[in-house]
Design a protein around this ligand. Structure first.
Ligand code: GLY
Length: 389
């Protein structure tokens, strides 16, 4: 490939993901609201939330396979990334999770082989930069070593001419056993990570090491258990697949590497068109330019670094606020509403660091609506209320 035709926009990435799974007989379904049905969640925090009753066998799935892009917020609760936002380049309060699901239909081999096919054949990610993690419990962790996933990945890597001993990395419950919350459907998972270092030669040493140079892009969860309040993991009647791809991460990798032709620039989700249009507006409003710096020392952030943190925080938070308000969750005094109020206050505080004036935040909302309104129509339907709030 010349790389040229694969220099996908975020819209093209989302679209090709959904079409790929449609070609594998998945029904394309809409994102659920950010306001979850489950009483124990503050916000919808994963693509699988809306499918919990199917996993538990409480309701019959209307289709055996589904795919979508799900609006998620991970601020407050078990999965909480708020404090990292802005300080790094790959965590967000709001993000889209691309996913494919099997409800008692296909299982590990299809999930793994299709993930590999989409990533390496359709999108042409460089195979040698990819690593797969496999669940290996430590004493006290639930379930057994995931031999099945290991064997499937081993065959995949061998076929690609890559050493499975290098490209398969083990993880315990913390990294490779996915739970939505403390209870509910769960199971061992296998994640795809990508080495983003200039030479791509880290041999798996940066996997799950909190490095921006090696990040998880896709989590394949094999839902097999229901975690009960008394700490048991009860096997489910059927086995299911629940995958979650970090859409902004994939868009960031494609944009930063110019479709895998250049790994010299530091990786960042914020290089994708999902964020650059917000940065353009912020630059116009503030007169400052985003310089792509990252804090070198979190205890001692320079003025320039802090401006770039502010750009990232604002771009993240306006997406989060706009999409929550569109789904009817307003900033307020309690629970999830209070989390939103804190995010709004945080945004305004960082706006001051760029010298932005009262009311500036509302000017960012139209950019989000323009960028995502065709995917999440409530952004368009609710634009007046978003602006007012
Ligand atoms: N449910 C899969 C994930 O959120 O990673």
């Amino acid at each position: 490939s010349t790389g040229q035709q694969l220099n996908m926009t975020s819209d093209q990435i989302r679209q090709t993901f959904l079409e790929f799974f449609e070609s594998k007989e998945h029904s394309i379904v809409p994102s659920a609201s950010l306001l979850p049905d489950a009483p124990n969640l503050l916000f919808t925090n994963a693509g699988m939330n809306q499918f919990v009753p199917y996993f538990l066998g409480e309701r019959e799935a209307p289709y055996p396979r589904a795919t979508d892009t799900q609006k998620c917020i991970r601020a407050g609760g078990k999965h909480n990334d708020l404090e990292d936002v802005g300080l790094d380049t790959y965590h967000h309060t709001f993000f889209e999770m691309l996913g494919n699901w099997s409800f008692g239909d296909y299982f590990k081999s299809e999930a793994i082989e299709w993930a590999w096919e989409l990533i390496t054949e359709i999108w042409e990610f460089p195979k040698e930069r990819l690593y797969a993690t496999v669940y290996k419990p430590e004493p006290g962790d639930p379930a057994d070593f995931d031999q099945e996933a290991y064997d499937i990945w081993k065959a995949v890597f061998e076929k690609a001419g890559l050493d499975p001993e290098v490209h398969i990395v083990y993880g315990n419950k913390k990294d490779n056993f996915w739970m939505m919350g403390d209870t509910g459907p769960c199971g061992p998972c296998s994640e795809l990570h990508m080495d983003l270092t200039p030479n791509g030669d880290t041999q798996g040493s940066l996997v799950n090491a909190d490095s921006p140079y090696c990040i998880e892009i896709w989590n394949l969860v094999f839902i097999q258990f229901n975690a009960t309040p008394d700490g048991d993991f009860v096997p489910l009647k059927s086995k299911h697949v629940d995958t979650g791809m970090g859409f902004e991460r994939v868009a960031g990798i494609v944009a930063t590497s110019k479709a895998f032709t250049d790994f010299l620039s530091p990786p960042s989700n914020y290089n994708s068109d999902l964020f650059t249009s917000i940065f353009d507006k912020l630059e116009a409003l503030s007169g400052h330019t985003y310089q792509r710096t990252l804090p070198e020392d979190l205890e001692n952030i320079s003025e320039l670094e802090m401006k770039d943190v502010a750009f990232r925080v604002l771009a993240d938070h306006i997406r989060c606020l706009s999409c929550s308000i569109a789904d009817g969750i307003l900033p307020g005094n309690e629970g999830r509403n209070y989390v939103l109020r804190r995010i709004l206050r945080r945004a305004v505080m960082y706006g001051r660091r760029l010298g932005l004036e009262t009311g500036f935040f509302a000017h960012l909302a139209p950019i989000v609506i323009e960028k995502l309104g065709h995917v999440f129509p409530d952004l368009v339907n609710q634009q007046d209320i978003i602006h007012k709030v």
